[in-house]
Design a protein around this ligand. Structure first.
Ligand SMILES: NC(=O)c1ccc[n+]([C@@H]2O[C@H](COP(=O)([O-])OP(=O)(O)OC[C@H]3O[C@@H](n4cnc5c(N)ncnc54)[C@H](OP(=O)(O)O)[C@@H]3O)[C@@H](O)[C@H]2O)c1
Length: 325
């Protein structure tokens, strides 16, 4: 699989990283419903076997469970992947999450993540949400301290604006930004984040490239209705009207193109975000091995100019439809 260097760092990432949000399992506010740990471990093993060299996780995913599963997988893997995790979301005894960025909190979080993952150093440590905004600089300073102490190799952020990046860059160099980016969610392009990261040599690892599974072509209205009660996608506006009809139309058009190209809609969705040179890698979520079998192939898929033109037309139609709702 193709490798791209993460900004100014010496981390060479495969263009696909494995996302482990769903692997965290159920029973918390942003869960993806129940998950079988054995399937999760098999999924991680297969991803590494197929050449994926990095895994993105977070303490919030399953309230520690995703990191524990990644840690369990690491024990048995011969080729150890690069590990990216996060800080800034904690939870209480009632399993209720909250966003926190205090220095004390980050110190505790980094120790807890090292323990759950069973590693001596975290390769990429990212602020999950810049919230509360007023504590961003002090949180970043604290993360800088963990780098100096050798607990973290590189520090990055998720979900930050250009203004927020500008505020933290003088404190400690920003290795990476993790924004959402897909055919449906194009904010990273629209507000100039990709351009800014190129100009400042900041790596970009984009999340939800298949819009949480919607762009795989395997979602119908019926499947959405049958999602487990604790699958947070039930409440996601992209899985609900009035956006849902426009989204499903986009997927249908994408599938038609995919059929002509003898590939799948998921593969096109991933290759499309990777067409931008600023994007170091796409973080692709999977919860069972068969999903990796399909998606890892997108890491080396180059879309032709003709394909891009056809996709742009599909996206333009989708935007028009959304403007009407
Ligand atoms: N920093 C942040 O704030 C943030 C936010 C979101 C995500 N992330 C990271 O980015 C990763 C990827 O994003 P994501 O998981 O939200 O979305 P995604 O990669 O767009 O979609 C992943 C989901 O799609 C479904 N899927 C995957 N492969 C499939 C296939 N071949 N066929 C059919 N369905 C398939 C699976 O769910 P089902 O089988 O249940 O449909 C899977 O969990 C996350 O896991 C996480 O590591 C970070």
């Amino acid at each position: 699989m193709e490798y791209r260097k993460l900004g100014w760092t010496d981390l060479n990432l495969t263009t696909i990283g494995l996302g482990t949000w769903a692997i965290g399992g159920g029973d918390w506010s942003f869960s993806w419903g129940p998950q079988d740990d054995k399937e999760s471990l098999a999924t991680i093993s297969l991803a590494i076997e197929k050449g994926i060299n990095w895994v993105d996780t977070a303490p919030a995913y399953g309230l520690g469970h995703s990191e524990e599963i990644v840690g369990k997988a690491l024990k048995h893997l011969q080729r150890k992947p690069i590990i990216a995790t996060k800080c800034g979301i904690t939870w209480n005894k009632e399993r209720k999450t909250s966003r926190q960025l205090s220095g004390k909190n980050i110190r505790q979080e980094v120790e807890a993540s090292l323990k759950r993952l069973g590693v001596d150093v975290i390769d990429l440590y990212q602020i999950h949400w810049p919230d509360p905004d007023s504590e961003l600089e002090s949180a970043w300073q604290q993360i800088s301290n963990t780098v100096k102490e050798g607990k973290v190799r590189y520090a990055g952020v998720c979900n930050c604006s250009i203004g927020q990046l500008k505020r933290i860059q003088p404190i400690h160099p920003v290795a990476s930004l993790q924004p959402p980016y897909s055919m449906i969610e194009r904010g990273a392009e629209d507000i100039g984040l990709l351009d800014y990261c190129r100009e400042h040599n900041i790596g970009v690892v984009v999340y939800s490239p298949m819009q949480k599974g919607l762009l795989t072509g395997k979602f119908t209205r019926q499947r959405i209705e049958q999602l487990p009660e604790d699958d947070h996608r039930r409440k996601d506006p992209n899985f609900q009207e009035p956006r849902l009809s426009a989204n499903l139309d986009l997927v249908e058009n994408l599938q038609e193109l995919a059929r002509k190209r003898r590939i799948t809609a998921s593969q096109i969705a991933i290759a499309w975000v990777l067409r931008r040179p600023e994007v170091t890698a796409a973080i692709v979520g999977a919860r069972r091995p068969s999903q990796v079998e399909e998606t890892f192939l997108a890491g080396d898929l180059n879309l032709s100019d003709e394909d891009i033109k056809a996709i742009n037309q599909i996206i333009a139609g989708h935007r028009k439809a959304l403007n009407r709702v």
